[in-house]
Write a protein that binds this ligand. Structure first.
Ligand SMILES: [Zn+2]
Length: 162
């Protein structure tokens, strides 16, 4: 499952996302962080703007990234999905280096687990979530992976909105 995150939104390169995912973010450090007080979230992976890959949770363990969610009639996506956060803003573009890392990561995960689909947070919780959003290039990811169209969200096989 693909997400986007940056803290505060649109500010890249700092340690805040890693601090959030390790329950170590100082919520007094920025006004935006106030809403994150007491929030317990995690993701398996985080891909920075330059393509650097971080892992926070083993793929054998459950991470808390999807929340209330359903995909293709299966509920509680946290129970059976790998969460990958891309450093970015919801609806904004992502870097070529991030697609390279993401493609390699998805291929590596699929060598170890029976991956059937790649989807965005927006596809599993459409009433609540909109990430990664219209700037994410699903055709680009599909080209990198050479996986069939049925592995990707049905409504996202067009180029991204710029
Ligand atoms: Zn998300």
């Amino acid at each position: 499952m693909i997400h986007s995150i940056s803290l505060p939104p649109g500010v890249y390169g700092g340690p805040q996302v890693q601090l959030l995912f390790t329950n170590a973010l100082d919520c007094d450090a920025h006004p935006y962080f106030d809403q994150l007080r007491g929030v317990e979230v995690s993701a398996h992976f985080f891909v920075r703007r330059h393509g650097e890959l971080w892992q926070f949770v083993s793929c054998d363990e459950r991470a808390w990234h999807a929340g209330r969610s359903t995909y293709r009639d299966r509920t509680d996506c946290n129970n059976w999905s790998v969460g990958i956060e891309l450093e970015g803003v919801e609806g904004g573009p992502f870097e070529a280096a991030q697609y390279e890392t993401l493609g390699s990561l998805c291929a590596a995960i699929a060598q170890h687990y029976p991956v059937r689909h790649v989807a965005g947070h927006e596809h599993v919780a459409p009433a609540r979530k909109a990430d990664p959003g219209a700037g994410f290039d699903w055709p680009q990811l599909q080209r990198l992976l050479s996986w069939p169209s049925q592995c990707f969200p049905e409504d996202r096989l067009h180029p991204p909105v710029t």
